[in-house]
Design a protein around this ligand. Structure first.
Ligand code: DGL
Length: 261
Protein backbone atom coordinates (compact mmCIF):
# COMPACT_ATOMS: atom_id res chain seq x y z
CA UNK A 1 0.00 0.00 0.00
CA UNK A 2 1.34 3.45 -0.88
CA UNK A 3 2.14 5.40 2.26
CA UNK A 4 -0.29 8.23 1.55
CA UNK A 5 -3.16 5.73 1.24
CA UNK A 6 -2.57 4.55 4.78
CA UNK A 7 -4.94 5.66 7.54
CA UNK A 8 -4.60 8.42 10.11
CA UNK A 9 -4.55 6.83 13.58
CA UNK A 10 -6.41 8.58 16.38
CA UNK A 11 -6.62 7.54 20.02
CA UNK A 12 -8.17 8.78 23.24
CA UNK A 13 -9.02 7.42 26.67
CA UNK A 14 -12.54 7.00 25.31
CA UNK A 15 -15.17 8.73 23.23
CA UNK A 16 -13.87 12.31 23.74
CA UNK A 17 -11.41 12.26 20.86
CA UNK A 18 -14.30 11.80 18.44
CA UNK A 19 -14.66 15.59 18.81
CA UNK A 20 -11.24 15.74 17.11
CA UNK A 21 -12.11 13.03 14.59
CA UNK A 22 -15.12 15.11 13.47
CA UNK A 23 -12.88 18.14 12.79
CA UNK A 24 -10.32 16.00 10.93
CA UNK A 25 -13.00 14.28 8.86
CA UNK A 26 -14.59 17.63 7.95
CA UNK A 27 -11.25 19.11 6.86
CA UNK A 28 -9.77 15.99 5.27
CA UNK A 29 -12.81 14.05 3.97
CA UNK A 30 -10.74 11.70 1.77
CA UNK A 31 -8.48 10.41 4.50
CA UNK A 32 -8.91 6.90 5.92
CA UNK A 33 -8.97 6.93 9.71
CA UNK A 34 -8.74 4.39 12.53
CA UNK A 35 -9.97 5.50 15.95
CA UNK A 36 -9.19 3.71 19.22
CA UNK A 37 -11.33 4.46 22.27
CA UNK A 38 -9.61 3.07 25.37
CA UNK A 39 -12.82 3.46 27.38
CA UNK A 40 -11.98 0.45 29.56
CA UNK A 41 -9.17 2.55 31.07
CA UNK A 42 -10.96 5.91 31.24
CA UNK A 43 -10.46 8.27 32.85
CA UNK A 44 -6.75 8.71 32.18
CA UNK A 45 -6.83 11.99 34.06
CA UNK A 46 -6.63 10.39 37.51
CA UNK A 47 -3.76 8.04 36.64
CA UNK A 48 -0.02 8.41 37.27
CA UNK A 49 2.25 9.65 34.50
CA UNK A 50 3.79 6.15 34.20
CA UNK A 51 0.36 4.61 33.68
CA UNK A 52 -0.70 7.26 31.12
CA UNK A 53 2.57 6.62 29.26
CA UNK A 54 2.04 2.83 29.34
CA UNK A 55 -1.49 3.18 27.93
CA UNK A 56 -0.36 5.66 25.27
CA UNK A 57 2.35 3.22 24.14
CA UNK A 58 -0.20 0.37 24.00
CA UNK A 59 -2.56 2.46 21.81
CA UNK A 60 0.28 3.68 19.59
CA UNK A 61 1.59 0.16 18.96
CA UNK A 62 -1.86 -1.09 17.99
CA UNK A 63 -2.28 1.80 15.54
CA UNK A 64 1.17 1.06 14.09
CA UNK A 65 0.16 -2.60 13.64
CA UNK A 66 -2.84 -1.28 11.74
CA UNK A 67 -0.47 0.53 9.40
CA UNK A 68 -1.17 4.17 10.31
CA UNK A 69 0.92 6.87 8.62
CA UNK A 70 0.49 9.48 11.38
CA UNK A 71 -0.99 9.39 14.89
CA UNK A 72 -3.22 12.02 16.43
CA UNK A 73 -3.15 11.83 20.21
CA UNK A 74 -6.70 13.13 20.64
CA UNK A 75 -6.37 13.43 24.40
CA UNK A 76 -4.89 16.37 26.32
CA UNK A 77 -3.91 14.08 29.20
CA UNK A 78 -1.99 11.64 26.98
CA UNK A 79 -0.41 14.50 24.99
CA UNK A 80 0.85 16.42 28.00
CA UNK A 81 2.22 13.28 29.66
CA UNK A 82 3.44 11.11 26.81
CA UNK A 83 3.94 12.89 23.48
CA UNK A 84 7.66 13.67 23.89
CA UNK A 85 8.32 9.99 24.57
CA UNK A 86 6.21 8.88 21.60
CA UNK A 87 7.91 11.36 19.25
CA UNK A 88 11.34 10.26 20.43
CA UNK A 89 10.52 6.56 20.11
CA UNK A 90 8.51 5.99 16.94
CA UNK A 91 9.38 6.94 13.42
CA UNK A 92 6.11 8.57 12.29
CA UNK A 93 4.71 12.05 12.96
CA UNK A 94 2.55 12.61 16.07
CA UNK A 95 0.00 15.40 16.47
CA UNK A 96 -1.05 16.30 19.99
CA UNK A 97 -3.62 18.47 21.69
CA UNK A 98 -2.98 20.86 24.55
CA UNK A 99 -5.25 23.36 26.29
CA UNK A 100 -5.35 26.54 24.15
CA UNK A 101 -4.20 28.91 26.84
CA UNK A 102 -2.43 31.25 24.37
CA UNK A 103 -5.47 32.75 22.52
CA UNK A 104 -7.31 33.15 25.83
CA UNK A 105 -4.37 34.92 27.49
CA UNK A 106 -3.80 37.18 24.47
CA UNK A 107 -7.44 38.29 24.19
CA UNK A 108 -8.76 38.49 27.75
CA UNK A 109 -10.05 41.92 28.77
CA UNK A 110 -10.61 41.04 32.42
CA UNK A 111 -7.09 39.55 32.63
CA UNK A 112 -8.65 36.43 34.11
CA UNK A 113 -9.16 33.16 32.27
CA UNK A 114 -10.51 29.82 33.40
CA UNK A 115 -9.27 26.41 32.37
CA UNK A 116 -11.10 23.17 32.87
CA UNK A 117 -8.98 20.03 32.35
CA UNK A 118 -8.08 16.72 33.96
CA UNK A 119 -5.76 16.39 36.95
CA UNK A 120 -3.25 14.61 34.70
CA UNK A 121 -3.15 17.57 32.30
CA UNK A 122 -3.06 20.31 34.91
CA UNK A 123 -0.24 18.63 36.84
CA UNK A 124 1.94 17.95 33.76
CA UNK A 125 5.24 19.69 33.11
CA UNK A 126 4.20 20.52 29.52
CA UNK A 127 1.04 22.32 30.68
CA UNK A 128 3.04 24.36 33.22
CA UNK A 129 5.62 25.29 30.62
CA UNK A 130 2.97 26.56 28.17
CA UNK A 131 1.02 28.38 30.87
CA UNK A 132 4.13 30.10 32.25
CA UNK A 133 4.97 31.25 28.73
CA UNK A 134 1.67 33.04 28.11
CA UNK A 135 0.20 33.93 31.48
CA UNK A 136 2.32 36.94 32.36
CA UNK A 137 0.02 39.49 34.05
CA UNK A 138 -2.97 37.15 33.69
CA UNK A 139 -4.75 35.20 36.39
CA UNK A 140 -5.33 31.62 35.27
CA UNK A 141 -7.93 29.75 37.28
CA UNK A 142 -7.25 26.02 36.93
CA UNK A 143 -10.09 23.65 37.71
CA UNK A 144 -9.89 19.86 37.62
CA UNK A 145 -12.99 18.55 35.84
CA UNK A 146 -13.35 15.58 38.21
CA UNK A 147 -16.30 13.39 37.23
CA UNK A 148 -17.02 14.90 33.80
CA UNK A 149 -15.33 12.17 31.72
CA UNK A 150 -17.15 9.24 33.43
CA UNK A 151 -20.51 10.97 32.79
CA UNK A 152 -19.70 11.53 29.10
CA UNK A 153 -18.49 7.91 28.85
CA UNK A 154 -21.86 6.68 30.13
CA UNK A 155 -23.94 8.82 27.77
CA UNK A 156 -24.84 11.47 30.40
CA UNK A 157 -23.14 14.49 28.80
CA UNK A 158 -26.18 16.73 29.08
CA UNK A 159 -27.80 15.24 32.20
CA UNK A 160 -28.95 17.14 35.30
CA UNK A 161 -26.08 15.49 37.14
CA UNK A 162 -23.66 17.07 34.65
CA UNK A 163 -25.32 20.46 35.07
CA UNK A 164 -24.93 20.36 38.87
CA UNK A 165 -21.29 19.29 38.54
CA UNK A 166 -20.40 21.96 35.97
CA UNK A 167 -22.14 24.66 37.98
CA UNK A 168 -19.86 23.88 40.93
CA UNK A 169 -16.79 24.29 38.67
CA UNK A 170 -17.95 27.34 36.72
CA UNK A 171 -19.46 29.52 39.45
CA UNK A 172 -16.16 30.27 41.25
CA UNK A 173 -14.64 31.22 37.87
CA UNK A 174 -17.51 33.60 37.16
CA UNK A 175 -17.10 35.16 40.61
CA UNK A 176 -13.44 35.74 39.72
CA UNK A 177 -14.61 37.50 36.49
CA UNK A 178 -13.25 35.23 33.76
CA UNK A 179 -14.07 36.22 30.17
CA UNK A 180 -12.52 33.11 28.56
CA UNK A 181 -13.01 29.47 29.42
CA UNK A 182 -10.49 27.06 27.91
CA UNK A 183 -11.67 23.48 27.43
CA UNK A 184 -8.62 21.34 28.16
CA UNK A 185 -10.06 17.89 27.52
CA UNK A 186 -11.44 16.39 24.31
CA UNK A 187 -14.49 15.01 26.15
CA UNK A 188 -15.62 18.52 27.10
CA UNK A 189 -17.00 19.72 23.71
CA UNK A 190 -19.80 17.22 24.40
CA UNK A 191 -20.90 19.23 27.46
CA UNK A 192 -21.12 22.46 25.43
CA UNK A 193 -24.95 22.62 25.52
CA UNK A 194 -24.77 22.67 29.34
CA UNK A 195 -21.89 25.15 29.42
CA UNK A 196 -23.73 27.53 27.10
CA UNK A 197 -26.68 27.44 29.47
CA UNK A 198 -24.49 28.20 32.48
CA UNK A 199 -22.15 30.84 31.08
CA UNK A 200 -23.13 34.47 30.46
CA UNK A 201 -22.82 35.60 26.82
CA UNK A 202 -19.61 37.60 27.30
CA UNK A 203 -17.62 34.51 28.36
CA UNK A 204 -16.03 32.90 25.33
CA UNK A 205 -15.27 29.21 25.15
CA UNK A 206 -12.05 28.03 23.50
CA UNK A 207 -11.39 24.52 22.35
CA UNK A 208 -8.52 23.29 20.18
CA UNK A 209 -10.29 20.77 17.90
CA UNK A 210 -10.11 22.74 14.66
CA UNK A 211 -6.50 23.77 15.32
CA UNK A 212 -5.55 20.09 15.70
CA UNK A 213 -7.22 19.21 12.39
CA UNK A 214 -5.38 22.06 10.62
CA UNK A 215 -2.08 20.97 12.14
CA UNK A 216 -2.74 17.39 10.97
CA UNK A 217 -3.38 18.68 7.45
CA UNK A 218 -0.20 20.77 7.51
CA UNK A 219 2.03 17.95 8.74
CA UNK A 220 0.57 15.48 6.22
CA UNK A 221 1.24 18.00 3.46
CA UNK A 222 4.80 18.64 4.65
CA UNK A 223 5.54 14.90 4.70
CA UNK A 224 3.84 14.38 1.34
CA UNK A 225 1.33 12.06 2.98
CA UNK A 226 -2.04 13.53 1.96
CA UNK A 227 -4.29 10.94 0.32
CA UNK A 228 -4.63 11.81 -3.36
CA UNK A 229 -7.33 9.22 -3.97
CA UNK A 230 -10.69 11.01 -3.83
CA UNK A 231 -12.86 7.92 -3.38
CA UNK A 232 -14.93 7.33 -0.24
CA UNK A 233 -12.62 6.69 2.69
CA UNK A 234 -12.87 4.01 5.36
CA UNK A 235 -13.42 5.42 8.84
CA UNK A 236 -13.07 2.63 11.41
CA UNK A 237 -13.83 2.89 15.12
CA UNK A 238 -12.77 0.44 17.82
CA UNK A 239 -13.80 0.61 21.45
CA UNK A 240 -12.97 -1.61 24.41
CA UNK A 241 -15.97 -0.09 26.21
CA UNK A 242 -19.59 0.23 25.14
CA UNK A 243 -19.78 0.71 21.34
CA UNK A 244 -23.40 1.90 21.63
CA UNK A 245 -22.47 5.03 23.63
CA UNK A 246 -19.87 5.86 21.03
CA UNK A 247 -22.25 5.31 18.12
CA UNK A 248 -24.71 7.69 19.80
CA UNK A 249 -21.90 10.28 20.15
CA UNK A 250 -21.20 9.80 16.44
CA UNK A 251 -24.91 10.33 15.78
CA UNK A 252 -25.13 6.80 14.33
CA UNK A 253 -23.26 7.91 11.19
CA UNK A 254 -20.50 5.34 11.82
CA UNK A 255 -20.52 1.88 13.34
CA UNK A 256 -18.19 1.03 16.22
CA UNK A 257 -16.63 -2.39 16.72
CA UNK A 258 -15.83 -3.84 20.13
CA UNK A 259 -12.14 -4.76 20.40
CA UNK A 260 -10.41 -5.99 23.54
CA UNK A 261 -7.09 -4.12 23.57
N1 DGL B 1 -10.16 13.09 26.46
C1 DGL B 1 -9.15 13.04 27.51
C2 DGL B 1 -8.41 14.38 27.55
O1 DGL B 1 -8.42 15.11 26.62
C3 DGL B 1 -9.84 12.65 28.74
C4 DGL B 1 -8.92 12.32 29.84
C5 DGL B 1 -9.40 11.31 30.78
O2 DGL B 1 -9.68 10.20 30.36
O3 DGL B 1 -9.41 11.63 31.97
O4 DGL B 1 -7.76 14.74 28.48
Amino acid sequence: MKTHHKPIGIFDSGVGGTSIFKEIHALLPHEHTIYLADSKNAPYGDKSQEEILRLSIKNTELLLEKNCKIIVVACNTATTNAISYLRNTYDIPFIGIEPAIKPAALNTQTKTVGILATKGTLSSALFHKTTDLYSNGITVIEQVGEGIVPLVETGKATSDEMKTLLKSYINPMLEADIDYLVLGCTHYPYVLPVLLELLPKHVKIIDSGLAVAKQTQLILKQHNLLNENKSRPENSFFSNGNPKVMEAILKDRFSVKYLDF
